[in-house]
Design a protein around this ligand. Structure first.
Ligand SMILES: CC(C)(COP(=O)(O)OP(=O)(O)OC[C@H]1O[C@@H](n2cnc3c(N)ncnc32)[C@H](O)[C@@H]1OP(=O)(O)O)[C@@H](O)C(=O)NCCC(=O)NCCS
Length: 191
């Protein structure tokens, strides 16, 4: 299935001016949150919700909140420890809720919202080491594909380590065609 081109998607901070009446993710709890609680939570500075639009209709949403993760060694799943925990607590952003309209499942809107969250977290003026989510059972694989892993023994919360995302991006940058050709050019000019 080919995805919706990113240029056809736009994202705006939630406000009372948007019509949410047609939105249906197929999950009653998530629909109810968006329609009845998201603005109140936003006004109370508990979470912020961004709406994703496709052709003037709400295609999906993501709600995020500041959080922290306690890196107590005895609570960590030994098979999943991916770094030495230097600090007892790490700052993170919790993806409190994320859903896509069921008519658009499988077209890349969810991935687009996740990449948006990664961008926000990495460019935030505040430090943020992890993105966290308590995945619904049916969405586990969706998060795994982006690199989220269970970290604690409770297997309730998944984490994406932004340090590793950043390292991955730097590796990809070194494959960037501009960078490669600039290198070639400077080699040529130095003879
Ligand atoms: C889970 C959800 C957000 C995914 O959004 P989406 O726009 O359908 O996902 P995408 O099209 O971006 O899919 C990205 C990848 O994840 C996979 N994927 C998406 N949903 C999946 C699922 N439920 N199970 C397994 N894989 C899934 C896709 O096949 C795709 O894989 P690919 O890159 O190999 O092709 C969406 O299905 C949804 O809103 N579900 C109902 C609400 C929900 O469960 N929200 C999550 C709360 S934690």
């Amino acid at each position: 299935m080919s995805g919706i081109p990113e240029k056809e998607l736009s994202v705006l901070l939630h406000s009372s001016r948007y019509d949410l009446s047609q939105f249906d993710s197929g999950d009653a709890e998530l629909n109810d949150f968006l329609k009845n609680d998201s603005l109140r939570e936003q006004n109370e500075f508990l979470s912020k919700t961004h709406l994703c639009f496709y052709r003037d209709r709400v295609a999906g949403f993501i709600s995020m909140a500041a959080d922290s993760v306690q890196a107590k060694k005895d609570k960590l799943d030994p098979s999943q420890i991916i770094e030495d925990c230097e600090y007892p607590v790490y700052p993170c952003i919790l993806i409190a809720r994320l859903a896509v309209d069921k008519k658009l499942h499988g077209y890349g809107v969810g991935s687009y919202l996740l990449s948006l969250a990664i961008g926000y977290a990495m460019e935030s003026p505040l430090g943020c080491r992890y993105l966290a989510v308590d995945p619904k059972k049916g969405a586990l694989e969706f998060y795994e594909k982006t690199g989220f892993r269970f970290w604690t023994k409770s297997q309730r919360r998944m984490f994406l380590n932004l340090r590793y995302v950043s390292e991955q991006m730097q590796m990809n940058d070194s494959l960037d065609l501009w960078a490669r050709n600039d290198n070639k050019k400077s080699k040529l000019s130095t003879g």
